[in-house]
Design a protein around this ligand. Structure first.
Ligand code: CDP
Length: 719
């Protein structure tokens, strides 16, 4: 069944003609290496299914403001469509292309810069392509195509309500239905219907699945009643378009006619994929994956890389170790195995490696989270191994808690995963679950807005002047109870007034690239009574990156780590311990890498902390232009730092010691134990605050510090 012809509208004749016209081998041989590379890139672009649709797509956008474009992952939407539009006469401004994930925004910008022969981002004023993700803005004044995360475009909309610098917004990967994309779609719809833009704004909504109808219906049906207030007091006017922060009561938009939405589908290439299920459910999915990888490697022909879908970083790194160990012991007649992990927290350079072809006589095995499901296309894959699980964000209304839980994926996710095996040739997909289990999966993954904490989303809406958030144009309206919980949460944080209107604190928090809770903590730290902004930023920088401490999965490793880090440990708990680590690292002038190794701390994570710290300090300048540098051994400072966290966590992330010597949460009265990774593990103090509530074998609090109950009055009594 190898190399069968594609089974759907794949126009091979047309491609042959393009190839033939562009690529006489002799012509390529006489060119410089750079020219050959450029020629090769052009050929691969011309081979993409979207290439032949260029004229059609451009025509549609001349006639319509909104295009809904669906097409299989890998058909060329994200890389080619923005380039098609550059030459259009309406395209005088920039093109924004939003992505749900940082990894996709960065790797797409790299790829498109390469295809256009342009330097990337801020490296040169001549650069035409850049990206902007949280804590990393890599654009130049000349940037024409800007890949950015949905969250970053939402932030930009708070500053420039009409998106005046853009001619086009491409909302990519809509099928992922992140909460930010749902907000973005609502804001864009409001903006188009407001008639506030002087120059046209084109919107392209792209999806890997064929959900075009609901999207087209969403944009074409005018909002019946604008449900937003006139809170336009935040933000300044940019460019030549008027500032827009929703509709104002005094200035109702002129009645809008039904928008004409163009819809278009690009047929992808799909070769047959042979499906295999387990006969019986497995107890140990990691072992099942390991066996399958080795079996495939030893029995199946080359070329053909293996893509394995797993749940998260830890389990991926564990499997990587096992595969590498066993592969190292294979007889020499077998090809080599190159194991590449892929997860969101992986540094950029390591992520880029998945796009490179395997060296000769080597098979790649990519161990990935659901990033590789649609966000990135890994070339060379012929075999997919699917564990059938993913980490999914889940909000539990009753507890007021958001946690990442390992859950079965949906049928549509399983089908996307399977499809990854048949992009370049016929392939095989091994599902590490039974056919019956597949039959029991839900049809689609629920949009995130139905299963996450909405306080961030509601604050963003409020900051953009949406008063009645319950009537916001949502593609899928969220649960009313969750919305009310979010409003209450924001009220308790002091970001909204009693009447539900956003206040000055709320506006400042909304502009920080942090959750409302962390934003509120930063604001508290800037107050003259607390005056510990720099110290709190150091801790928050640590919370914004991957774990700085090297994982300790065995008792032996734990003891080694305790010893190595003993000077950094603070008896008050993990927050001040993080601060001690950042400050010790920052003051290390000779060899930071060595210092990190000696303390069993990740140098890479620390470099990220330093970067985030720098950016947060810059962004907090308006809050406190000359913050004091505090001595962190001073008890009053330590108390103030913890009080800032107490302010932001409010009653959500606090537990007190009960007479039976267990900790119980303030909200929900749940029993919770201190996680073994905490410096407070095994200690009993009157009360604790914690960063995270996680369920593994039982309920644990992670990132824990001791507090005194008598502080509550001081902290919660003040505004
Ligand atoms: O958006 P869509 O999934 O339809 O496709 P795309 O992201 O534009 O990718 C088209 C092709 O470009 C992929 O199949 C890869 O071969 C290539 N690509 C790449 O090599 N490196 C990237 N960072 C992104 C895409």
């Amino acid at each position: 069944m190898e190399n069968k012809s594609p089974n759907n509208a794949h126009d091979s004749k047309k491609r042959k003609r393009v190839d033939g016209a562009q690529n006489p081998r002799s012509q390529v041989q006489s060119q410089s290496p750079l020219a050959v590379k450029k020629q090769k890139l052009l050929q691969s672009r011309q081979n993409l299914p979207i290439w032949s649709r260029q004229r059609d797509i451009r025509n549609r956008l001349r006639e319509h403001d909104i295009l809904v474009l669906s097409g299989e992952t890998g058909s060329g939407k994200s890389t080619q469509l923005p380039q098609f539009l550059l030459a259009e006469s309406w395209c005088t401004g920039k093109i924004a292309v939003t992505q749900p994930r940082r990894v996709a925004a960065i790797s797409l910008a790299r790829r498109v810069a390469e295809e256009m022969g342009s330097p990337l981002g801020s490296s040169s004023p001549a650069s035409k392509v850049g990206y902007s993700v949280r804590f990393d803005d890599n654009t130049s004044p000349g940037t024409k195509i800007k890949y950015l995360t949905e969250g970053m475009l939402l932030q930009e909309m708070l500053r420039d309500g009409t998106l005046s610098q853009y001619s086009c917004v491409v909302v990519d990967e809509v099928h992922e239905r992140s909460v930010d994309v749902d907000l973005l779609l609502g804001f864009l719809k409001q903006l188009l219907e407001s008639g506030k833009r002087r120059k046209p704004l084109k919107i392209v909504v792209m999806s890997a699945t064929a959900d075009v109808e609901s999207l087209s219906e969403f944009f074409s049906t005018p909002m019946t009643k604008p449900e937003v207030s006139g809170d336009t007091s935040n933000g300044t006017v940019h460019g030549d378009d008027e500032e827009f922060n929703g509709f104002s009561d005094s200035e109702q938009p002129t009645p809008v006619e039904k928008k004409q939405v163009s819809t278009c589908r690009v047929e992808g290439r799909q070769y047959p994929v042979k499906l295999h299920y387990l006969d019986n459910p497995t107890e140990d999915v990691v072992d099942a994956a390991l066996q399958r990888i080795l079996h495939l490697h030893c029995k199946e022909p080359m070329p053909g890389d293996i893509l394995v879908f797993m749940t998260g970083q830890e389990i991926i790194q564990g499997l990587q170790k096992l595969v590498e160990e066993l592969a190292g012991n294979l007889p020499s007649e077998y090809p080599r195995l190159l194991v590449l992990p892929l997860f969101a927290a992986l540094p950029q350079a390591a992520q880029q490696r998945i796009f490179e072809r395997a060296p000769p006589n080597t098979r790649k095995v990519i161990l990935s989270t659901n990033i590789a499901e649609t966000s990135v296309t890994v070339p060379g894959v012929r075999y997919v191994v699917d564990t059938g699980k993913a980490k999914i964000k889940q909000y539990r209304n009753r507890l007021g808690l958001e946690s990442l839980l390992v859950k079965p994926i949906s049928k549509s996710s399983a089908d996307q995963r399977k499809g990854r095996a048949g992009r370049e040739a016929a392939g095989q997909c091994f599902r590490l679950y039974t056919q019956q289990s597949y039959g029991e999966l839900e049809k689609d993954t629920k949009p995130e807005i139905l299963r996450c904490d909405l306080s961030n989303a509601v604050l963003k809406m409020k900051a953009r002047g949406v008063e009645d958030v319950l009537s916001f144009p949502f593609l899928t309206p969220p649960n009313r109870e969750a919305m009310e919980k979010a409003l209450l949460q924001l009220l308790l944080l002091g970001t909204l007034n009693e009447d539900g209107k956003i206040n000055d604190i709320g506006r400042k928090v909304a502009r920080l690239p942090l959750t409302p809770t962390l934003g509120r903590i930063v604001l508290e730290a800037a107050r003259p009574e607390r005056d510990c902004l720099l110290e709190v930023i150091d801790i928050i920088a640590c919370l914004s990156v991957e774990n700085i401490f090297q994982p300790t999965d065995t008792e032996e490793a734990r003891e080694k780590a305790l010893e190595a880090r003993s000077q950094l440990h603070r008896r008050q708990g993990d927050h001040l311990t993080l601060l001690a680590a950042v400050q010790a690292y920052a003051s290390e002038t000779s060899d930071r890498k060595r210092w990190a190794t000696d303390h069993l701390i990740s140098h890479r994570a620390m470099q990220n902390v330093m970067n985030v710290r720098k950016q947060l300090i810059a962004q907090c300048k308006p809050l406190s232009p000359n913050p004091t540098i505090r001595s962190t051994t001073d008890e009053a400072t330590q108390e103030n730092i913890l009080k800032c966290f107490l302010k932001g966590y409010h009653s959500n992330n606090i537990a007190r010691l009960c007479p039976d010597k267990t900790y119980k949460t303030f909200a929900g009265n749940q029993t919770v134990a201190i996680h073994p990774s905490s410096v407070l593990f095994g200690r009993k103090v009157e009360a604790v605050i914690y960063n995270e509530f996680v369920f593994t074998t039982k309920a644990y609090a992670r990132g824990v510090s001791a507090i005194q109950l008598k502080w509550l009055e001081d902290v919660w009594g003040s505004s």
